[in-house]
Design a protein around this ligand. Structure first.
Ligand SMILES: Cc1cc2nc3c(=O)[nH]c(=O)nc-3n(C[C@H](O)[C@H](O)[C@H](O)COP(=O)(O)OP(=O)(O)OC[C@H]3O[C@@H](n4cnc5c(N)ncnc54)[C@H](O)[C@@H]3O)c2cc1C
Length: 396
């Protein structure tokens, strides 16, 4: 049987990562009808590859003074922790908090810099020196000659976080293949409607008050389809390293070196077979790391870890890497914009959180932009719901 069914909603969201799903939960809780259309398993862009660090801005303040970026992030740990207690429009009470803090540690040659940084007024109350007798297992060795600080920036598990966000809007989220089964009808750079044809030949035409582009790197292509050149998008590639070995200790940390960026940021995860992985990013995953082949990147990281933490036995560990792009509005400087980005163009909102941590801020901006809508009742579409994607350590 074939035919066309008309559907309406307040806000139609294109995307399937943290930005789309968190925002959909917030709008739904505010009484809007929402639909989310994604083109791949949920989270399969950046979100499931994120380290899950809910930055409060300290990493960006390592140079000694708080920047716009660190100020935009300052409230985020509190907002996420509230969601993880089940308070607020997004319920993450069943998501896993991997760690309620990160360790900040230093290379031996920068100890004095770090000590004075942590003594600075800007950081009072947000960090504390850890006495040697309380060092966690990963640094519990006389061979570590640096200092260790605790910073109150939590680490969330991207997998369970995404699962809970998806659960909140499961009935409203659909998988589409733009190639053949979906068409955007546009006029003057605005979306008029989206026509989706299901496997059964049924076409559903969706019209919305607002269309939100929250598709990460996919926003670039969607903007090109709409003929919109401003905002433009930038991609900043990363080449992350994964070390898998049974019995690895917890290692949630930011390492401070002599440069403006931490040489190493580490998080710890468990794969679907119950094995522990260290997920390593920071400066090692940026430009020079991107230029390295997988084998070179692994060799570089092995040498770095052997130098920084020779007491950790990584014999027999499995090593692999993950490549992907961060997607953001173009800044012209090659840097990340300081805060979450949301721009209105007619009935379109173009959005990038620019950091997982900043998603609550993005969702609030979208809610403000769409607050006066209400009325269109949400409708079930005859399309499949998407599965959840996999994090880098569970990819084949
Ligand atoms: C390796 C890495 C580590 C990171 N670590 C951290 C961290 O520790 N802390 C932090 O705050 N931030 C971190 N980030 C940044 C953070 O992951 C991103 O800012 C955030 O996940 C972006 O979410 P998003 O939903 O906008 O995009 P994505 O997660 O990329 O999701 C975009 C989604 O849109 C879908 N899509 C694409 N095109 C279309 C289309 N045409 N139609 C419909 N759907 C479409 C895709 O399938 C995808 O699911 C990290 C990023 C990377 C790459």
């Amino acid at each position: 049987m074939s035919g066309t069914q008309q559907a309406k909603c307040d806000t139609l969201i294109l995307g399937g990562g943290v930005a789309a799903l968190w925002t959909a939960n917030v709008l739904k809780a505010a009484g809007q009808s929402v639909l989310v259309l994604t083109n791949a398993p949920l989270g399969s862009g950046q979100t499931l590859a994120a380290q899950g660090v809910i930055h409060g801005g300290l990493k960006y303040a390592v140079g000694g003074k708080l920047t716009d970026s660190s100020e935009a992030l300052a409230g985020m740990p509190g907002r996420w922790l509230a969601a993880m207690r089940g308070e607020g429009p997004v319920d993450l009470s069943s998501a896993k908090l991997l760690s309620d803090h990160q360790l900040m540690w230093s290379l031996p040659n920068v100890v004095s810099q770090v000590v004075s940084f942590f003594g600075s007024k800007a950081l009072r109350g947000r960090s504390a020196a850890i006495p040697r007798e309380d060092y966690p297992a990963v640094f519990d060795t006389p061979d570590y000659k640096g200092r260790l600080f605790r910073i109150d920036e939590p680490v969330v598990d991207p997998v369970s976080m995404l699962r809970e966000l998806a659960r909140g809007v499961a009935d409203e989220t659909y998988l589409v293949e733009w190639g053949e089964s979906a068409q955007l009808e546009t006029s003057d750079g605005q979306i008029e409607s989206i026509a989706l044809t299901g496997e059964d030949g049924q076409t559903v035409e969706v019209r919305a008050g607002t269309y939100l582009l929250a598709a990460g790197a996919g926003n670039g292509e969607l903007l090109a389809t709409l003929g919109i050149t401003e905002p433009a998008m930038q991609r900043r590639p990363l080449h992350q390293v994964i070390v898998r070995k049974a019995g690895l200790p917890d290692f949630y940390s930011v390492c401070v070196g002599t440069g403006p960026k931490p040489p190493l940021v580490s998080t710890t995860h468990v794969d679907s077979a119950g094995r522990t992985v260290w997920y390593l990013g920071g400066d090692l995953a940026e430009q020079e790391g991107v230029a390295r082949s997988e084998a070179e990147q692994i060799a570089f990281t092995q040498t770095l870890l052997a130098k920084l933490m020779p007491w950790i036995d990584l014999t027999g560990a499995e090593w692999f890497t993950w490549r992907g792009d961060r997607a953001e509005p173009l800044t012209g400087t090659g840097d990340r914009p300081p805060g979450a980005y949301c721009r209105r163009i007619g009935n379109l909102l173009v959005a990038w959180p620019t950091k997982l941590a900043l998603t609550p801020d993005l969702a609030e901006q979208v809610l403000r932009e769409t607050a006066r809508q209400s009325g269109a009742s949400g409708q079930c579409l005859t399309l499949p719901h998407p599965p959840l994607g996999k994090p880098p350590w569970d990819l084949p």
